[in-house]
Ligand binder design. Sequence first.
Ligand code: GLA
Length: 735
Amino acid sequence: MYLIRSTFYWLSGLLILPSLGIAQTVSEIPIETARTAMVLRVDADRHVTTVHLGKRLTQAADYARLPGNPRLYEGYSDLYSSAYTPAGSRSLLEPAVQATHVDGNPSLDLVYVRHETKPVRDGVTLTDVYLKDPQYPFEVTLHYQAYRNEDVIEQWSTIRHTEKKAIRLAHFASANLYLTAKDYYLTHFHGTHASEVRPEETKLTAGMKVLDSKLGTRAQLFQAPMFMLSMNQPAQEETGDVLAGTLAWSGNFQFAFELDPQHNLRLLAGMNPFASDYSLEPGKAFDTPALIYTFSNQGTGLASRNLQRWARKHRIPQGEGNRLTLLNNWEATYFDFDEPKLVGLFKEAKTLGVDLFLLDDGWFGNNHPRNDDFAGLGDWQANKKKLPHGIGYLVKEAEAAGVKFGIWVEPEMVNPKSDLYQKHPDWVIKLPNRPDAVFRHQQVLDLSNPAVQNFVYGVVDGLLTENPTLGYIKWDCNAVIYNAYSSVNPADHLYVDYVRGLYSVLEKLRAKHPAVPMMLCSGGGARVDYGALNYFTEFWPSDNTSPTERIFIQHNYSYFFPAIATCNHITAWGDFPMKFRTDVAMAGKMGYDIVVSKLSPADLAFSQQALKTYDRLKPVIWQGDQYRLQSPQNNDVSAMLFVSEKGDRAVWFSYLVSTRYKAGTDQPPIRLKGLQADRQYKIREINLAAGQKSPINSSLTYSGDFLMTVGLDPAVSGQRTSVVLEVAEAGSAGW
Ligand code: GLA
């Protein structure tokens, strides 16, 4: 192989193809960010292949010297590295695109037509590569949006044709990547309710490894649409080549990792083609969702920081803006509340010191009151018995108490026990000849139906329009799609059209209500992706709010998502000191879901102070660079550091995650990251419980070099199960 590859020579832009003995002009299409590059090549017969995905080369001219995949023995091996593999002709590997033409011909070939790179805005460029079938009026455009400073590429494709009638698309990948290494280690994230995003790493072997979802809604319950691929060695936090990717799609997805016969890795990522053959009308564009990826040559740590920065700057609404601290009533009251009780809770929210009170499930339904999860979904009128004066009254009362008011909705769903189900059974996803199947006693509305889209839009828009000062929406989604069938859209692509319907509702809502904070929730974290996070300011990672579990869950989400978007609530789960619960929740977007009146005076005072501390620290936690210093996966003590962009401030969280004898006490010092080596820093312990003395000497000064080379022991132990340290450049104000 090496010999064959090395017999390719470049002579001033000409490729000498030894097997053919002729010279052909070919050209590279580099898609570059500050440190990385994806390089495509148009080969001699106009097929587009991938020749590089990795570190950017300093000399652009060197791209022409990158080895490509030669054609071996009259075979199709030159197509292994296809930038978008068509099915049915010469390539026999997993396809990116498969279509059956109007004349019944099931094959595609795609050749280069042209490409262009345009600036989108400062630091962002879009490269479009146009491909077409030489025999049919069938085109694919590959889009690569490159975010220069964040080293992130967003890639998607558009499929179009002008044949006489609709054609059938059976595969429609967003991206078809190609990597060359000796070995590939894949980390993926799976779980279920209350145990979301558990990482597992596996070495890829010959054949195909598929990660996918077929759940429709709540699609990521078992498998999250994200992966880390480490080249040549298992993933390391600070070293090694890593590709981190995630699909911006809230429905069924598929990642297929296929080792080609030459041991290169092909990755096909996109919507899951399962039960989704798409009938594409002539002249209509079929846009796939984007695969968002970053390449890091400094391990998973840099990959995460790239994605987190990208998300804050370019994706999540108000990603560089403010967030509201809140008190939620779900775990405090469940369905058991009424007006006087809520008004009492507003006052408690104010006493605690949060910005907003969030009313959860249970406020609606009259003929079918929502007093448990068997009834009421779909009937979005305030329950007259519990809330005789309606939502407007609650908004006013909350504001009178000095906090904003937010509300929970689950507008995509319906309980069979509801007026909505009785009035519009055809709006419900179900099969005509099978018994209804429920998940959490509820079914999913058919969002491929424009009438349902209007209804769902109307539920949320109605609340926001009638209550212009409503401060927050928590949007839940608690059921998967069973019996997938739409009475208005009997074609096979309900799974695709459902998510598109959802996005069109969210698009319209955001156009009218751009500023309202919205939490993305799905019975915990079964819908956390950058498709939905186009519209939501934050997400609910898990219904599991036990702090020991949350340490792991938050750590694992941090591979892809920034702390500002990760809602961490302090609750009564488990028997943990308030300090421990608070220290865990503070490493993200902190909130509460507790009965404030039941807090001891010491816990209340601690929490009030913690909220003030959080106010001071949140710019660093939300906008700083995140360093996973020690993983909870394989250490007694896990540690996370947030460092301000200027490197002058940092917040360092350490937690004991083992209950073994003396766990945490025989640790070497923890080395910090991301500080400025030549600057001097001071360190002080914060969030101390009443009467607690810190062993950390805050009068000492350390160089950044010392802290990053030698480190410091935060002195975590069975008596100090969590430690929060504030780091600031010596001489900073307030120190
Ligand atoms: C889901 C959410 C919870 C809560 C309940 C209400 O489980 O994840 O936070 O809102 O629904 O029914």
